[in-house]
Design a protein around this ligand. Structure first.
Ligand SMILES: CC(C)(COP(=O)(O)OP(=O)(O)OC[C@H]1O[C@@H](n2cnc3c(N)ncnc32)[C@H](O)[C@@H]1OP(=O)(O)O)[C@@H](O)C(=O)NCCC(=O)NCCS
Length: 255
């Protein structure tokens, strides 16, 4: 019996240009990227959502066959988990971009990542993304990639540096109808907890406009000063979070 795929919202999205951003239990493989913490585990229903996902995304959730195709007398399972956190895959790109479109493009005509860039990063480094799903629908997300310099430059907007020790958080966005409910803060908190479990990550950085500095400060980020990157008339503050400065928490985080 096939179990239905929760799927993600699929709508048509249009892409244009590249605009800069403003703004997993322990596996057999020794690769650090595979060491996802329990907080990122998929729920049972997600065992079906591996089609098109990276191996990184799918492996932690492989279960004996009888778990996936359990005999359910009354037929297909129609319920989706109320709330779940998981890494995103390229298949989630359109859902991501729909949130971005409302959050950024409708406001300023710009957005941190266009659809092709979302797909780019979700293909190259899905393990540095985190999505929050309610009833199978994406309601908030973070997309990151690795960077290898002290400060962000224009290149950081489009490149993933696999040997870098800095996670560049390109975008955090919450769906319009779920804002001001603590979701942005909670998602960032979970993401930073997760980063502490990745041995190659030393710090996280992001850029934001002035008015969001207090929001990120509440999550533990510190301002580094004006960012080198500007987008049209927009200027940004670069902020960082010392992932490696939390040895005690890391020791006690179950990583
Ligand atoms: C910014 C954003 C991620 C915050 O997520 P959220 O779930 O709404 O935020 P939370 O409920 O966790 O926290 C609320 C706090 O965020 C801050 N905040 C949120 N939006 C803000 C805004 N537009 N201006 C100033 N502060 C803001 C406030 O400090 C607020 O605290 P308060 O309730 O005491 O006023 C969300 O509003 C969003 O997606 N905005 C559009 C996209 C965006 O700007 N992303 C960030 C740049 S990459």
């Amino acid at each position: 019996m096939e179990v239905p795929n929760p799927g993600s919202v699929r709508e048509k999205g249009q892409v244009s240009g590249m605009q800069p951003c403003a703004f997993r239990p322990l596996l057999l493989s020794p690769h650090p990227m595979l060491r996802a913490p329990p907080s990122l585990l998929l729920s049972r229903s997600d065992t079906n959502r591996t089609e098109g996902m990276s191996v990184l995304g799918a492996l932690p959730f492989m279960k004996p066959l009888h778990h996936v195709r359990s005999p359910v007398p009354q037929g297909r399972r129609h319920t989706l988990p109320a709330s779940e956190f998981r890494s995103l895959s390229p298949e989630d790109a359109i859902s991501v971009f729909e949130i971005e479109r409302e959050a950024f493009i409708s406001v300023s005509g710009e957005c941190p990542l266009h659809l092709d860039e979302v797909r780019h990063f979700l293909t190259l480094c899905p393990e540095l993304s985190l999505g929050w799903f309610e009833g199978g629908r994406l309601v908030a997300f973070i997309i990151g990639s690795l960077w290898d310099q002290e400060r962000l430059t224009m290149d950081a907007l489009t490149l993933h540096k696999p040997h870098g020790a800095t996670v560049h958080i390109h975008v955090l966005a919450v769906h319009r109808t779920f804002r001001q409910q603590g979701k942005g803060s909670i998602l960032m908190w979970r993401y930073l907890q997760y980063l502490r479990c990745l041995p190659y990550v030393r710090r996280a950085v992001l850029m934001c406009e002035d008015f969001l500095v207090p929001f990120y400060q509440k999550s533990g980020f510190k301002a580094l000063g004006p960012a080198e990157i500007t987008v049209g008339p927009l200027n940004f503050i670069e902020m960082f979070y010392p992932v490696r400065g939390h040895a005690f928490m890391r020791r006690n985080s179950g990583c």
